[in-house]
Design a protein. Sequence first.
Length: 542
Amino acid sequence: MNAQVGDKADHEPTARESWLHSVTTYKYGNARTGQNTQETTLTPLNVNVRQFGKLFSVPVDGSVYAQILYVSHLDNIAGGTHNVLFAVTENDSLYAIDAADGSILWRQSFVDVKNGILPVDTADVDCKDIAPEIGITSTPVIDLTTKTIYLVTKSKEKGSFVQRLHALDLGTHAEKFGGPVVIAATVKGNGIGSRNGQITFNPLRQLNRPGLLLQNGHIVIAWGSHCDVKPYHGWIMSYNASSLKQEAVFSTTSNGDEGGVWMSGDGVASDANGNLFFATGNGTYDGAVAGDYGDSILKLELGTNGQLRLADWFTPFNQETLNDEDLDLGSGGVLLLPDLPPGYKHQHELIQMGKGALKNVGGGGTIYLIDRDDLGKYCAGCSRDTQIVQEISGASDGIWGSPAYWNGFVYWGGGSHFTKLDSVKAWSFNSDGRGLLSASPTSITSETFSYPTLNPVISANGNNDGLLWLVANSTNQRDGAQILYAYDALNLQRMLYNSNQAANGRDRAGGVTKFVVPTVVNGRVYVGGDGSITVFGLLGSR
């Protein structure tokens, strides 16, 4: 069990005090709620341009697409004890950085020029979504019990393409458990790219975008594609965290094609019972007939031996239209809501929203509220999804990212791929005791944002002092800059701060990357970007 701030319903913090304020996985916990409810320094009273701003930045050797992780009071590193940031780059590097002053405690490069091991060039994948190189894209995961960080690298090695799972010691960055291991897999199927009744994992075409998951001693990894360059499928694999032995492999479209798992970087979610939840993108759907699940939310059971079994799924009634119009359900991540008390019809629920808007039309982004114990499968011939708990159409112009939850509210970031502007919005959850979302937003920002969609997170002291944090882009170009925003989480009309407010570029953040998740912990905010990490906090706190 790994400790982290946030999702208390899933993971109780370890008794060791120094671990209570660590961020060890994407969006703070395996429920992917995006909430840190142990933040006592930053409040709506002191987060403003007079008291809060940029403290320093740390140059790194490539773009940072993954969320920055944080370990508090890590001992036996660089000869002492430090609060440590762990950041990965597309140049296939892992950094351990002192969170207090930005000094680099160690750097592990997985590049070996002498032996021809390099990051993958963007030209190799025929896709410019990540440029100019592809190395480590997904958010790693940390096991505090064993002091291990797990990550996936992608490299080009003398003309061949390889992906590896690494397990490194947090203090020494030595490889552990016999790692790294080359990622390879085959499953039975006659889908695109199959040979002799099997499909084989393609390390060039498959992109590990979703954050890694550590659940009950297993590392779970998911893959989508680079753009929609075929052949590709959605893949989920589990590895033993102590031996790095591959335990199970699942393909979302083994007899079809596509169905990638990407969710704009969100991690596969899991509950305390080891059930996994994730969304797929465009692809073949035929359900149980042939086992293909494009544009669907899937539930896999993760067994004690790491085996994966499809337990249930949900597919929107208009899946065929979503697929035909490139309106991936799986552009948005899955969030597991807190359990409701006994007596509720649907005690265990999840929420999700994807693109879901017709090109050049807009207005079709749909929120799905689903019972995790009965996802509802597919309602053939329906005009809406009557088999799920709640469906709210027209909620956005499309979402590329994941929501956040705090104190009875769900938050989605604005920004549409179709050149439309959208606000950040909050919906109330279970305010009338029926286990539903409010039919319309309860709070909306005055500011609107363009693509790429924002990935909100919440910092709070329990149910008090809630702040909603976002990273937007001044322009979707590599010469632009990230902009950090902070809002009153109870009233999104109150923008408290943004990093463009201060004169003379005082708080200018790093260069643009996509789907950035700020890490807010222990009074500071850490933002990854193109070639640097920017650190914000109360001015004078260095």
